[in-house]
Design a protein around this ligand. Structure first.
Ligand code: NDP
Length: 263
């Protein structure tokens, strides 16, 4: 297990109740940070909060149920974090999910919803936490997908929205410099909530978990021959947010088992 230097630092993780977000919360807490997390489903968030408080202490972690697509809720979350922890050194924009659909079966409202999710899940939290991040000389790490550069026809809408996110982040890495660093991780296939749901809906219900994931990795041509573990994504996020990455901004780090085909 890697530990990063997060002593006396405060991190915010959107979508922290599951998968990569939750793994990131745990890596940051273990590395000494105090962490605030949010997600929409209050029941699941409270269950996660209890476990985190048990493992790391009540004063180390704060959770609030909200959607990152509601600007007032996001602003009020930022105020809560300020009241509770007094600062914010790292914002991890992780909340969201991908959309599986081809051009033929993506309706106008689907396009709008996907663009809203991908862009405003960055815009609202960045706007709300920017003053604290600036004061702390902090960092933003966005969780994005390799689809931004390597689109898939069956994920046409999410791929194009994700390309827009990378473009936005590049602009922000310049506009917010030198006060705030802005970087992203580009994920391939990481075994978490989204894939668990797709596994549950698999065509052949007799297929075991390891069989299904093994076939998937082979079909996708992943050189490392497996899906990633959420902790492997979390480690990359924690690195980019840490002082070890102090001269890195406007960069993207692939966590894909070698799936990318571009140089
Ligand atoms: P999970 O479904 O396991 O976790 C998603 C998290 O985001 C949950 O905590 C969910 O909680 C929260 N969330 C979703 N929408 C919102 C919202 N509007 N406001 C607040 N919280 C929200 O997914 P992963 O861990 O797999 O994915 C994490 C990120 O990584 C996502 O942005 C995803 O698109 C991206 N990604 C993942 C890949 C993978 O292979 N796993 C590949 C490429 C990108 P709740 O539902 O309660 O709100």
């Amino acid at each position: 297990m890697i530990n990063f230097d997060y002593d006396n630092r405060v991190a915010v993780v959107t979508g922290g109740s599951s998968g990569i977000g939750l793994a990131t919360v745990r890596v940051l807490l273990r590395s000494g940070a105090r962490v605030a997390l949010c997600a929409r489903n209050e029941g699941r968030l409270n269950d996660v909060l209890s476990v985190l408080q048990r493992d790391f202490g009540n004063d180390k972690v704060f959770a609030k149920s909200l959607s990152v697509l509601e600007p007032e809720e996001v602003s009020s979350f930022a105020k809560d974090v300020e009241n509770r922890f007094g600062q914010c050194d790292l914002l991890v924009n992780n909340a969201g999910q991908g959309r599986v659909s081809t051009f033929a079966d993506t309706m106008d409202d689907d396009w709008r919803a996907e663009y809203e999710l991908k862009l405003f899940s960055q815009i609202y939290p960045i706007r709300a936490f920017q003053p604290m991040l600036k004061q702390a000389n902090g960092a933003i790490v966005a969780v994005n997908s390799l689809l931004a550069y390597q689109p898939e026809p069956h994920m046409v809408c999410t791929s194009s929205a994700r390309a827009g996110v990378q473009n936005l982040l590049k602009s922000l890495s310049i506009e917010l410099a030198p006060d705030i660093r802005v970087n992203s991780v580009l994920l391939g296939l990481v075994e978490s909530g989204q894939w668990t749901r797709r596994f549950a809906e698999r065509e052949d219900q007799n297929q075991s978990r390891s069989e299904w994931y093994g076939i998937l990795a082979k079909q996708k041509g992943i050189p490392l021959a497996r899906l990633g573990d959420p902790v492997e994504a979390a480690n990359a996020i924690a690195f980019l947010g840490s002082t070890s990455a102090s001269y890195i901004t406007g960069a993207q780090l692939e966590v894909s088992g070698g799936l990318s085909r571009h140089i």
